[in-house]
Design a protein around this ligand. Structure first.
Ligand SMILES: [Zn+2]
Length: 264
């Protein structure tokens, strides 16, 4: 999509999680996507019209690409056509379709000139694998915090873009209990946790993500990282390190799987 124009936007309903922007199709018609970027869990298409199209997949959103595009991306759309809500008809003949059965995703337009003040991104912490994220950063961010480390790592203002599964996997690799108070993590534990977070994210990206129920790549194909989980979804099974049974608890409404022997 980068460098190409959106010839026509086909909007099939008025809303996703939020109402779609006013005069959405009109504002996107003939706009060129100058730059397509990702920040945390947001996709940002910087348009030649001076606006940024912000897109979020929510729980079950996916983009599929089909049509005349050359290369590896020529595939059939993956989902049921009934859930195809927005279709980008691109310069060059291909279509990019947004499909979302549960409709927790959303799209918004925001002026490029004030994109730094876009409220949903303004309070985001640094991303894993970025220069701003390190053990030293964790030391500072977790100091004095009483919340369990599991909850702190899911807090997007501390680290951007980390989801439930990857937090569980990173805590397991680092040998840190999900119940441990955040303020007791700085020091030796943070020095294990930061590289563990980066390694889990890097390996998951290499494996094409994790397909638990809904996730699929732009080619409609599934990710494979779910086959490499060390603890997530392994409640009752033997810990790969010590053999003790993996436990499951619920923290802030989300499942946590961990080994009470290895993770302290
Ligand atoms: Zn263990």
């Amino acid at each position: 999509m980068e460098g190409r124009r959106i010839l026509r936007l086909e909007q099939r309903r008025a809303d996703l999680r939020f109402p779609l922007p006013e005069r959405f199709a009109e504002r996107l018609a003939n706009a060129r996507i100058d730059r397509l970027a990702r920040q945390a869990k947001f996709l940002a298409a910087h348009l030649s019209t001076g606006e940024v199209l912000v897109m979020h997949l929510g729980m079950s959103g996916r983009f599929t690409i089909s049509g005349a595009m050359q290369g590896d991306f020529v595939h059939d759309a993956g989902g049921l056509a009934a859930h195809d809500h927005v279709v980008f008809h691109m310069e060059g003949g291909e279509t990019v379709t947004y499909n979302d059965p549960r409709r927790f995703g959303f799209m918004e337009l925001w002026p490029a000139a004030s994109f730094e003040a876009y409220p949903r991104l303004m309070t985001m912490g640094p991303e894993p694998l970025s220069n701003g994220f390190s053990a030293a950063y964790l030391d500072k961010a977790l100091a004095g915090k009483a919340a369990p480390i599991k909850a702190a790592l899911l807090d997007q203002s501390i680290i951007a873009g980390l989801g439930n599964i990857y937090v569980c996997e990173a805590l397991y690799r680092a040998g840190v209990s999900p119940k441990r108070l955040s303020r007791s993590v700085p020091g030796v534990r943070a020095s294990r946790l930061a590289p563990a977070i980066n390694a889990v994210i890097a390996e998951a990206i290499d494996a094409g993500g994790s397909s638990i129920s809904d996730f699929a790549g732009t080619d409609g194909g599934l990710g494979y990282f779910q086959h490499r989980f060390d603890v997530y979804g392994r409640e009752g099974e033997a810990c790969k390190r010590c053999g003790a049974a993996v436990k499951r608890i619920v923290q802030s409404g989300r499942s946590t799987c961990y080994c009470a022997t290895c993770q302290r």
